[in-house]
Design a protein around this ligand. Structure first.
Ligand SMILES: *Cc1c(COP(=O)(O)O)cnc(C)c1O
Length: 405
């Protein structure tokens, strides 16, 4: 375990005493942050190579986002959807345009947006496609991560995420990720949607085989099935494009967005699609008290404006190429078994001899670098896209030092 001062130890013990133990955080207590750097309660600085699982794509304390939030805080923060407010129409129009669609349904968290996409697909299936009532099927991939609600964990293949939460919601079929033939076999006349992450983040940054997403697009179009892309973690600049689906020239029927959409300031999520699809909802059939609130819209509008410049997508592409070139050199040296990813996003499988992902994360913490392990042997690198090349190189130096033992 990394060495801890008494103050840090006290904070952690208090958190353990009074919060449910559904997380196992690294032993560091953050007090402030700026750009790609975080500072703990002792004044020690850490390079953030996690970026809140991509919620912080534009960095901690991003000036434009903080200013947008502050200005909106002084005007109006919440109306509920019982009334219109003056940031709503602009937010929906701008987000729809960013996605090349014409309709938006705003929610708050990623899981809520996935739930919304599931409800959208089922309703579309019954009202538009003509699936018999109660028969709608949604095809998903193994090793998926789409959130934590009861319905979503019903189609998870991760025992930790699922155990003891039954009875499970029916209506989902799970096929191997990246296997187009298996997907094709699973799609039948009752199938309303295929729901996939274009890159599986929590699974360890798994990039599907080339041609897979394009194949899914072809297959779903041919069979009158909605292609729902969960771009909650992969989207909004992370991979070097606005959307990860773009790498295969694919436009899904439904985008599910979250995380970076709220700029690391407020939770903002959304389902974005055509009016033929999202037009299935009538008043009272779905909703959220906080969804599309003025503060959320103001921050997300600034996020969209930042994305419109293309600056961060370009940074992610360029720095990502550098990152993957450097990480590629580690493979075969004994400490690293494989590296995957795209843009400023990488999953690194650590050789068992070096230690577990958790142990590597703790050693990096001692050297001033914050990462998170996933599935035992993998660490994930996803810095804020504002990171400088110098800082990224320094972080890579620390990684090399830890891997060298
Ligand atoms: C984080 C995540 C979610 C869930 O988002 P929450 O805001 O945590 O509910 C869903 N899908 C993907 C791909 C994610 O990375």
């Amino acid at each position: 375990m990394p060495s801890m001062t008494p103050a840090t130890e006290r904070d952690i013990a208090a958190a353990e005493a009074h919060s449910a133990h559904n997380y196992h955080p690294l032993p560091v207590v953050i007090a402030s942050a700026e750009g790609a750097w975080m500072t703990d309660v002792e004044g020690r600085r850490y390079l953030d190579l996690l970026a809140g699982y991509s919620a912080l794509n534009f960095g901690h304390g991003n000036r434009r986002l903080i200013d947008a939030a502050k200005a909106q805080l002084e005007r109006v923060t919440l109306t509920s959807r019982a009334f219109h407010h003056d940031r709503f129409a602009e937010f929906c129009a701008e987000l729809a345009a960013l996605c090349g669609k014409d309709m938006v349904l705003p929610m708050n968290t990623g899981a809520e947006a996935i739930e919304t996409a599931v409800k959208t697909a089922r309703k579309w299936g019954y009202r538009v496609k003509g699936v018999p009532d109660g028969k709608a099927k949604i095809v998903v991939a193994d090793n998926n991560f789409h959130g934590r609600t009861t319905t979503i964990i019903s189609f998870s293949t991760d025992p930790e995420a699922r155990a003891d939460y039954g009875p499970y919601t029916p209506g989902f079929e799970i096929v191997p990720y990246g296997d187009l033939a298996a997907l094709s076999a699973a799609v039948d006349e009752h199938t309303v949607a295929v729901l996939l992450e274009p890159i599986q983040g929590e699974a360890g940054v798994l990039v599907p085989p080339a041609g897979y997403l394009a194949g899914v697009r072809r297959l779903t179009a041919e069979r009158n099935v909605l292609f729902i892309a969960d771009e909650i973690q992969a989207g909004l600049g992370r991979t070097g494009r606005t959307f990860a689906c773009e790498h295969e020239g694919v436009e899904p029927d439904v985008y599910v967005l979250g995380k970076a959409l709220g700029g690391g300031v407020v939770p903002v999520s959304a389902v974005v699609a055509s009016s033929e699809v999202l037009g299935v909802f009538r008043p009272g059939e779905h909703g959220s008290t906080f969804g599309g609130n003025p503060l959320a819209c103001a921050v997300a509008l600034e996020v969209i404006a930042i994305l419109r410049t293309g600056e961060y997508q370009e940074r992610a592409a360029e720095l990502g190429e550098h990152l993957h070139r450097e990480l590629g050199l580690l493979v075969g040296g004994g400490a690293v078994e494989a590296v995957r990813g795209r843009g400023l996003w990488a999953g690194i499988d650590i050789a068992p001899a070096v230690g577990s992902g958790r142990e590597v994360s703790e050693r990096l913490l001692e050297r001033g670098v914050l990462v998170k392990d996933t599935h035992g042997a993998t660490i994930r690198i996803a810095p804020p896209l504002v990171i400088s090349k110098g800082d990224l190189d320094w972080g890579l130096d620390q990684l090399r030092a830890v891997l060298a033992g």
